[in-house]
Design a binder for this molecule. Sequence first.
Ligand code: 5GP
Length: 120
Amino acid sequence: ATRPYDHENVFAKILRGEIPCDKVYEDDHSLAFRDINPQAPTHILVIPKGRYVSWDDFSANAPDTEIAAFVRAVGKVARDAGLVEPGYRLLANIGPDAHQEVAHLHVHLFAGRALGPMLI
Ligand code: 5GP
């Protein structure tokens, strides 16, 4: 069963404007901003504005319109940053074994250097 959504998670606070973020993209359904502790020269987090704990919650429970909008937003962020040709990596952590720290769905976008083979 999906955990209940915690409205005090850090990305909920960013969505409410209670803490700042370095925004790179926003539309009606999605927000993208730079990770505060970047693991690559470009490390962007893309989140849906809807309150979903994880990819599991989102994929099971979100309306198709929100899912489509989010998938398109992730692609647009990468295209607008000029990352398609050099390439980029998407990653989502779901739950404790994956070390998901923030319980609001986020997709990591890594780019800006040769990332090498994925270690895990
Ligand atoms: P997770 O481990 O949940 O997949 O990744 C959470 C990510 O959120 C981490 O990469 C972490 O650096 C980032 N993060 C945590 N708190 C903040 C914050 O307040 N602002 C921003 N921009 N990123 C954050």
